[in-house]
Write a protein that binds this ligand. Structure first.
Ligand SMILES: Cc1cc2nc3c(=O)[nH]c(=O)nc-3n(C[C@H](O)[C@H](O)[C@H](O)COP(=O)(O)OP(=O)(O)OC[C@H]3O[C@@H](n4cnc5c(N)ncnc54)[C@H](O)[C@@H]3O)c2cc1C
Length: 398
């Protein structure tokens, strides 16, 4: 059988795209290829589970637009599908004088992005989160929590009901381009398609290369490690507690998140991983590491942020240092309150100049579209990202 569309990657972005293809073009034959044995195995199943408000993103950026649309779409989808999703609000807390100007900037950004963000003082902060100490904070009522693994599985089920053919254990290995079709060699045998959509997350630049498409960026894997509060100390956190982030970095700083099941996670940090799927220091892939070291952007990045790189490394290797970062927000956190809480690996695009790309990057090419950067808040924004991808396709294909 020849497919019209093949989506590579069964994470939340690929599955949202497949869902949208089946809705928009019900007569088309859509295939999803996922290399793992189940859906949402990588970023989409290893994240903080936060429905982001969009406060951090410059107005007019793809992140600002898709996050706002995605937040509402996620809430509606979860309501329809009876998936637990709670809009509980969050606080962003300044604990040092020098953070106050950026807190003000975030407040302005939040307003420009249409949020009901409010500046609060230490007393009101204590009413919202009794165990947090700070000089000032922002309260963002629009933030929430959800299990994105469940959302992704629902996307898969609805896409399959809509006629999509979803294959797991079907990693794409190579693409042969002929005048009429693309022949996809996969771990589950060959498939032919007329159009390919690359949503391969941590491997998106490699899948683009298989199509002969030059990705403008390289994916760098940044591991985010978590601790979890022991059950008796979960009361230290009511909802979502964030620090003021470093504006130069696309990461939010270690924070506290209550998850939909009641657990409280602390993290994630952002440490360079030695493998694209490097969930711990033991996961070393020599080929991935060699590729990273050979990329000029990697060395330029290190030269720009040497102190951050060293701090992240030391914090990753030392639980007391991690706890120290957490105590800036919640001073009562003790070492014995923290259990290992797993990790996730972010696919973060890096330019050859050593710049971490903040916004989403979607690259159209001949007979294909490539999602080259879909870091946080892409889980929140998955539905509008899928719609935006399908907006770029004319069907029937010519
Ligand atoms: C630690 C962490 C915390 C985060 N917290 C949040 C949050 O709270 N809120 C939020 O909105 N976002 C968050 N994010 C970001 C969010 O999880 C990701 O942006 C989103 O999941 C990206 O989805 P994806 O489908 O692009 O990637 P993925 O989920 O990684 O999916 C890509 C898929 O492609 C498959 N694949 C790769 N290569 C091939 C191949 N050759 N053939 C077939 N399949 C292939 C992979 O196996 C994978 O399943 C977080 C991310 C991390 C890592």
């Amino acid at each position: 059988m020849r497919y019209d569309f093949a989506v590579v990657g069964g994470g939340i972005v690929g599955l949202s795209t497949a869902l949208e293809l089946t809705r928009r073009f019900p007569a088309a034959a859509t295939l999803v290829l996922e290399k793992e044995a189940s859906w949402a195995t990588h970023q989409s199943g290893h994240n903080s589970g936060v429905v982001h408000s969009g406060i951090y993103y410059p107005p007019g950026s793809l992140k600002a637009r898709f996050c706002a649309e995605g937040r509402e779409a996620t809430v509606d989808f979860c309501r329809e599908q009876e998936i637990p999703c709670e809009i509980c609000g969050k606080v962003i807390v300044a604990t040092r004088e020098e953070e106050l100007p950026y807190l003000t900037k975030l407040e302005e950004r939040g307003r420009a992005n249409g949020l009901r963000v409010r500046r609060i003082g230490p007393e009101e902060l204590r009413e919202i989160e009794p165990h947090v100490r700070g000089l000032a904070a922002l309260h963002v009522p629009e933030s929430g929590i959800v299990d994105y693994g469940r959302v992704a599985e629902s996307f898969a089920r609805i896409a399959a009901d809509g006629g999509a053919d979803l294959r797991t254990g079907a990693g794409l290995r190579s693409v042969l381009t002929t005048p009429d079709e693309l022949v996809l060699e996969t771990a589950a045998g060959p498939f032919t398609t007329r159009f390919l959509i690359n949503c391969a997350g941590l491997h998106a630049d490699r899948v683009a290369a298989m199509m002969g498409v030059h990705s403008p960026v390289k994916i760098l894997p940044f591991r985010g490690e978590y601790y979890e509060l022991v059950q008796e100390r979960r009361g230290l956190v009511r909802d979502l507690i964030y620090p003021v982030p470093d504006p130069d970095l696309p990461f939010l700083g270690v924070h506290f998140t209550r998850s939909i099941g009641g657990a409280v996670h602390a993290g994630p940090n952002a440490v360079l991983a030695l493998s694209r799927e490097g969930y711990s220091w033991g996961d070393l892939d020599l080929a991935d590491t060699a590729e990273m070291l050979a990329y000029p952007g990697f060395w330029r990045l290190l030269a720009r942020f040497p102190a951050v790189a060293v701090m992240e490394l030391r914090r990753s290797l030392s639980k007391p240092r991690f706890a120290e970062s957490l105590r800036r927000l919640v001073p009562e956190v003790r070492l014995e309150d923290l259990l290992p809480g797993g990790s996730g690996v972010r696919a973060q695009a890096l330019t050859p100049k050593g710049e971490l790309v903040h916004d989403f990057v979607i690259v159209p090419a001949d007979r294909s579209i490539h999602v080259c950067n879909a870091p946080s808040p892409a889980a929140t924004a998955a539905l509008p990202i899928g719609r935006a991808i399908v907006d770029r396709i004319t069907y029937p294909l010519t």
